[in-house]
Design a protein around this ligand. Sequence first.
Ligand SMILES: NC(=[NH2+])NCCC[C@H](N)C(=O)O
Ligand SMILES: [Mn+2]
Ligand SMILES: [Mn+2]
Length: 298
Amino acid sequence: MKQLSMIGVPMDLGQMRRGVDMGPSAIRYAGVLERLEEIGYEVEDLGDLPIEKNSRLLQKQQPDYHHYQAVKQVNEKLAHQVSSIFQNKRFPLVLGGDHSIAIGTIAGAASHFQRLGVIWLDAHGDVNTKETSPSGNIHGMPLAISLGYGDQGLTSIYGTSAKVRPEDVVLIATRELDPGEKMFLKKHRIKVFTMHEIDLLGMPEVMKQTVDYLKHCDGVHLSFDLDSLDPDEAPGVGTPVNGGLTYRESLIAVELLHRENIITSAEFVEVNPILDERNKTAEKTVDLISSLLGEKLL
Ligand SMILES: NC(=[NH2+])NCCC[C@H](N)C(=O)O
Ligand SMILES: [Mn+2]
Ligand SMILES: [Mn+2]
């Protein structure tokens, strides 16, 4: 039987809009456990990581890195958890929370592979550093941090060196980048399939090229930001950007990843139930998780 461990990270401190801390609850409520068991997984739900919810602490901010200490501590814990899930030979599924949790997930996963590839499905690049970030929100920085760029306290979580190499990263569904992020992606020659390429090539071709591009990696982490979908389809996200993926494009993307059997860990982030309509974003998240892990109609 296929074995999977699921962990929730109910944290919204990587950005300034409250609400994504309720993401793990909304995804559980939408039936993720039952759906995975139906596909034949033995699912261990590790519950949620403890997160500081003290409102005084929430008011204290560091202008460059909002809620720096809290974000750092949560990611340190998460990296350990993800690593021990791998040690137990189980598939780690992480439910966010804001996208800053990718720092911990990727750090934990990277320690189990020679070359960890990362597929970053997101409207955004999340490759800001303190110098380029317009907001000081750490959820706009996790990919840069995993590549070894940014605050040393964050880049050195669970291992001092860079966790992934620029040539092992693929961004998909990108459509909003800050000026410094454009420079970063060009400088490091990172593979990006913007919405333009998706319109031009179609999602199946984009996924085919992605899988081919990462074929030298011995593990691949999928970091799925729900704002990659169009806000009409997934309104419950903190930073919506028009012109995104249709539900069907997002489904074929994960279905093809399942067929290629390359994903070794996954996280689904940025679901904000406060902004959602009747939990439809969390319900689509569960559809995406199930399809990634092998759910079939027939
Ligand atoms: N994970 C996300 N939704 N990131 C949005 C980042 C937005 C913007 N680029 C920033 O740095 O603040
Ligand atoms: Mn993101
Ligand atoms: Mn995003």
